[in-house]
Design a protein around this ligand. Structure first.
Ligand SMILES: [Zn+2]
Length: 96
């Protein structure tokens, strides 16, 4: 008996559970499809990485320059400090 592999760290957008999420192949455009064993629904993952609105980025950069650490900014806005440092790097190189 072959058991579908449970995917760790995946969250069902319908019921919000992160348990019993399995890979269910890909659709025609190559997007990963998943199946929630909890609510018995298929859903697709957004293949693109989450983009944050420009406004949020600017706010985060401002907060950073106001004296917060990258980690602190990430905590406040809810994204990783790597994101924050990336934006700051981009921001400072494009404003010259
Ligand atoms: Zn579900």
């Amino acid at each position: 008996m072959r058991k579908a592999k449970e995917v760790a760290g995946r969250k069902c957008p319908i019921c919000g559970k992160s348990k019993n999420q399995v890979n269910a192949g890909k659709n025609r455009s190559g997007t990963q499809k998943c199946f929630c064993n909890d609510c018995k629904k298929y859903y697709t993952l957004n293949p693109k990485t989450r983009e944050y609105p420009e406004e949020i980025r600017q706010q985060a950069i401002k907060t950073f320059y106001a004296g917060a650490s990258g980690r602190g900014v990430g905590k406040v806005f809810g994204f990783s400090k790597a994101n924050v440092y990336n934006w700051i790097k981009k921001n400072s190189s494009s404003s010259q």
